[in-house]
Design a protein around this ligand. Sequence first.
Ligand SMILES: [Zn+2]
Length: 348
Amino acid sequence: MPTVTIQDIKRHAKRALITVASIVLLLSALVVWAWQDRPEMADTGLHLQVVDDIPEAAVTATWLGVTTLLFDDGETQILIDGFISRPSLFESLTKRPVTYDAPMINYVMNEYQMRRLAAIIPAHSHYDHAMDAGAIANRSSASILGSESTANIARGAGVPEDQIVVAEAESTYSFGDFTVTLVPSVHAPIGLRGEVPLAGTVDEPLALPAPITAWREGGSYSIVISHPQGTTIVQGSAGYREDALDAVQADVVMLGVALLGSLGRDYAERYWQALVTSTGAARVFPVHFDDQTRPFGEIVLPPRVIDDFSRTARWLKDIRDTWDRDTQLYLPVFGEPIVLYPEQTPDA
Ligand SMILES: [Zn+2]
């Protein structure tokens, strides 16, 4: 029997250590590479919506990342969602308690002149939609309109009860010349096992700091925003209910596309038909295509391994060409007002 010396054991241990270290190093390099492998905006092949001058009477929508959209007709403003604080990737992955970025909220409300806010309407109650709705309401006299979960998010922020409105299905709400209807919809099944991530409701006032998992979906809506000049639908998440919008005619659809790529092209086609074909919209703007873990104002597409938006954009173009040839498909430009109902727009 050969004798095993201490030297032998040390040599083997060293070799094993080197092997494990090499594998860890290689895997880390692979993760870093995959995380940085992201399509550029130009890879989407979609035109950017650029507006040179804005007619005085125009109804505009300004996209502020994810699905945060500021509607304005010159007299009344409506904010869809309210997501400015944007917790980092580290905070999201570690589920560390997060709180409002108050200086950034103040800056954004000043920079985008949110001085006539009449309503703040989250599409659902996940943090990337509703996180700052309460903090914004506290800096304005706007009503927060949404689900019971959204109401509890507002209460946690200390929003006075008379500013909180729990939406009733199919009821309409008037804000200046805008009329808003919250049509019950569903969230996209984009969890790892095809479930709705962070489902459930927020049943108590949600005080911060809290981990991002504290914001539960709380029900999703197709938000139909009508104005004498036209109608826009905001779909925060790529979920849909067949026939839910059959009675709705729209000019513009703000189409939530986060992780739509993971649901497959057939799903994307049905989603398009439910939101665009059935409403007859003349223009579609994908939203919720930016990496939500980046700070406010930084628009970067997610890593291809997570959600390849350049591929999703090609699908959308194909689907548009199949079903709605005359519908224009644009990408919104961060912070630039979109004239929602122009008499004429160049082809895209
Ligand atoms: Zn969501």
